[in-house]
Ligand binder design. Structure first.
Ligand code: FAD
Length: 476
């Protein structure tokens, strides 16, 4: 087979985790290649789901910033260029911070950062197999219009979101039966919204029509929340408009809304102060395994059927959306849940609840554990949900990135080692774990050790991460 090239670090998958892994590995001195099956970068962040860092949880409920590094860098660079909104802190209505960016400018910036960091790109290339010697992975096999090639590397990082490379290599993983998996979604964006009218409706119907989504640590009463919503001056104070319950139920009763998801949208910042509305819950298909091609194909078609209905509903029922028009139908499914690759540590619900700290910390999260999306109009179930105690955050240990059994392999992004409840499924976690995997791989390649051997002493990994702006210490 043709050898495409030989690298210190081979990253497979160019979503949020993969781009962070490639940039951080290259900045840490490794000769790095990023392989992506599409012609663009960003994965679920922009290919299948704008508006950038919605619910970024960059701050814990105590308003301490817990996420830095490459994620913060992309946000702050776009903010300077006018393509992002300032972070909001979790002290109002939604108990979480929002860090919204224009997803298309984010993608353009990522390509610029690849060039700045000297990352080699191999696009339009699907990783279809791995090369192994015993339990050690030596490279990946890619398939593209030039045929099949082998890409060799000292350390391989699986950032495919669904753990495709790790599974091919034989790493143990967990995935719940498809009947229990969270539903998948195709999201879309509309423009032509009369925002004054939207805000008027929100203010007048604050008491029952919108999801307050407050955090228990903040301890806001329902009356306080409603009062606050009534006094909102600007749509950026809300960012996330989930609800429209009475309109949805009225439409459903008239056969004009489907029963598989709720209604709601995020505001999406565009050039010149323009905002669009991004709907990411208005199609949902459950009972589908994203590692099964028949299920995936079914989901894509079914979501689009639901979206046709949702678009008619939006125009007919939602005040301010009468003249709205579709500007962006995301090109593929956004996958909510799939494999979790079992690593040398499995992050568990109790770690989240206790806001546990670990000596091999590589990043933090304040995302709760236990809530799950469902393919019904309720959209999400909060049964068994736990929040990090005292409004704090928990550490993500390096060992969650090191798959059991297989050597020379790291995982970044959604598929890192957690129990089901603590699945690291949000953007900030994927960039944090991707960045850490990239630095770890660079250190291993330079020292000639395996990622598992690096577990013995993570001090250099941590000090490089700190120099790269990551936040590891000093918060609750
Ligand atoms: C409906 C929905 C709503 C969400 N809303 C939010 C939200 O509001 N806020 C938030 O923070 N998070 C949200 N998330 C979660 C967030 O989008 C994901 O956690 C994150 O995008 C996953 O990043 P990743 O890098 O792990 O994977 P991905 O973004 O999926 O990236 C994987 C990349 O690997 C590539 N790839 C896959 N297989 C191969 C292969 N064999 N060879 C080469 N390339 C390959 C893919 O093309 C893709 O580019 C949401 C998710 C869903 C499904």
């Amino acid at each position: 087979m043709e050898i495409y090239g030989e690298y210190d670090v081979v990253v497979v998958g160019g979503g949020t985790s993969g781009v962070a892994a490639a940039i951080s590995a290259a900045r840490a001195g490794a000769n790095t290649i990023l392989i992506e099956r599409l012609g663009t970068l960003g994965g679920q962040m922009n290919v299948s789901g704008p508006p950038g860092f919605a619910y970024a949880y960059m701050f814990n409920p105590r308003c301490e910033q817990i996420i830095g590094g490459i994620m913060e860098e992309t946000h702050s660079r776009l903010l300077k260029e006018g393509h992002a909104l300032p972070h909001t802190t979790p002290d109002f209505r939604v108990g979480y911070s929002f860090s919204l960016v224009d997803p298309d400018y984010w993608c353009l910036l990522i390509f610029e950062m690849m060039a700045e960091s000297n990352v080699s790109l191999l696009l339009h290339s699907l990783a279809v197999d791995v090369l192994k010697e015993g339990n050690a992975i030596k490279g990946v096999v890619v398939d593209n219009y030039s045929g099949r090639q082998a890409v060799l590397g000292k350390v391989i990082i699986d950032c495919t979101g669904e753990g495709h490379v790790s599974a091919k290599a034989g790493a143990p993983f967990e995935q719940v039966p498809k009947e229990e998996l969270e539903p998948h979604t195709v999201s879309f964006t509309v423009d032509g919204v009369d925002w004054d009218k939207v805000l008027k409706y929100v203010r007048e119907n604050a008491a029952y029509e919108f999801n307050a989504m407050t955090h228990p640590y903040l301890n806001w009463t329902q009356e306080q929340i409603v009062e606050r919503i009534r006094n909102v001056k600007d749509i950026t104070e809300i960012s996330n408009f989930m609800g429209y319950y009475s309109l949805r139920d009225k439409a459903a009763a008239a056969g004009e809304y489907h029963p598989f998801s709720g209604v709601g949208f995020f505001i999406m910042p565009r050039d010149n102060g323009v905002f669009q509305a991004h709907f990411q819950h208005s199609s949902q298909v459950g009972n589908a395994d994203p590692t099964n091609i028949r299920d995936l194909t079914y989901c894509e078609a079914e979501c689009r059927k639901q979206i046709r209905m949702a678009l008619k509903f939006i125009k007919k029922y939602m005040p301010g959306f009468e003249k709205s028009y579709l500007t962006r139908l995301c090109m593929e499914l956004r996958i909510r849940e799939s494999r979790r690759i079992m690593g040398d540590y499995i992050l568990r619900k109790a770690d989240v609840a206790e806001a546990r700290k670990f000596p091999d910390v590589i990043g933090k999260s304040s995302f709760s554990s236990g809530a799950k999306h469902v393919a019904t109009k309720d959209t999400i179930t909060y049964e068994g949900i736990v929040y990090p105690k005292d409004g704090g955050s928990y550490d993500i240990p390096y060992r969650c990135l090191v798959p059991q059994v297989i050597e020379n392999l790291l995982v970044g992004g959604k598929a890192i080692s957690t129990d089901r409840d603590s699945y690291a499924r949000f953007l900030q976690e994927t960039m944090v774990t991707g960045q850490a995997a990239g630095v770890a791989a660079a250190v291993c390649a330079r020292k000639g050790i395996t990622p598992r051997q690096l577990e013995q002493d993570v001090s250099e990994l941590q000090s490089i991460l700190l120099k790269q702006g990551a936040i590891l210490y000093g918060t609750h």
